[in-house]
Unconditional design. Structure first.
Length: 266
């Protein structure tokens, strides 16, 4: 939680705007989706909304790379969960090196939309947080792909979707924060969802995040999801009308925004 959170005399956690942002223990546990061949898989349902209520389960999963999914995992995702679309935010080089995922081989529509800058990647200044610099870059350098990914969720009868990158925490974290903020999730809950990836980070790194990356577990702290980074990114979005304002400016129309919200909110 952030420094703006308070605790009432009854023990209820609230955000700065008075919204009840206390994690629902049952919802928190329900959000995690256990798979044999992939870690850091969770549902974007169960998140508290600014105007009350919680986001609907069964609409969007977020995860790490899918290349070690078992047949049982694929059957669960396509059958019981009903995933119709996979949104892959990895770079073309990652996609080429790792090859198609088991979901793709099973015939699930997979849309590749890299949010990494093309060509030589920009370098942050010495006084900039490198993680925040990267997150900002997804929005500044590849807005067309971030928008296209969101648009996939606004399709009529789109059905459940799954979004992933390599570890399911940075590119996927920014995408899910943008979506959650836009549909009305309480700000502290957006940050908490981002930070939840730390609960599965060691398992993700032990399995590996693709041949594109060589990671030493001794450096695990470099890969964590500090809440202050997402808080800062959302504060920057606030200057542009928050998530919804950024999407409007990038090209999402009001009908699409309405369908996005209706997907997650009763």
């Amino acid at each position: 939680m952030t420094e703006a959170d308070t605790t009432t005399e009854t023990g209820t956690e609230t955000g700065a705007d008075g919204t009840d942002t206390a994690p629902d223990t049952a919802a928190h546990a329900r959000r995690w989706v256990p798979l044999q061949g992939c870690e850091n898989v969770r549902d974007l349902g169960g998140l508290p909304l600014r105007d009350g209520g919680r986001t609907r389960f069964g609409q969007l999963l977020r995860s790490a790379r899918l290349h070690e999914l078992t047949d049982g995992d694929v059957s669960f995702l396509t059958g019981e969960y009903g995933v119709r679309t996979v949104i892959d935010l990895r770079s073309p080089r990652e996609v080429e090196r790792d090859g198609p995922t088991p979901m793709e081989r099973a015939g699930v529509r997979t849309v590749h939309l890299s949010v990494l800058p093309e060509g030589q990647r920009p370098i942050p200044r010495d006084d900039e947080d490198p993680k925040l610099f990267s997150y900002r870059g997804y929005l500044e350098h590849r807005p067309e792909n971030m928008l296209a990914a969101v648009r996939l969720l606004t399709e009529v009868d789109a059905g459940p979707a799954l979004v992933h990158c390599a570890a399911g925490k940075d590119r996927t974290g920014v995408f899910c924060a943008l979506v959650a903020d836009t549909v009305g999730v309480a700000r502290d809950a957006v940050v908490h969802d981002y930070a939840m990836s730390d609960e599965r980070l060691e398992a993700v790194l032990r399995r590996g995040v693709g041949t594109e990356y060589e990671i030493d577990l001794a450096d695990i702290d470099l890969y964590r999801c500090p809440p202050h980074v997402m808080t800062a990114l959302l504060a920057e979005l606030d200057t542009d009308g928050a998530g919804a304002g950024w999407l409007r400016r990038t090209g999402l129309d009001e009908d699409e925004l309405g369908r996005l919200r209706a997907r997650f909110v009763d």
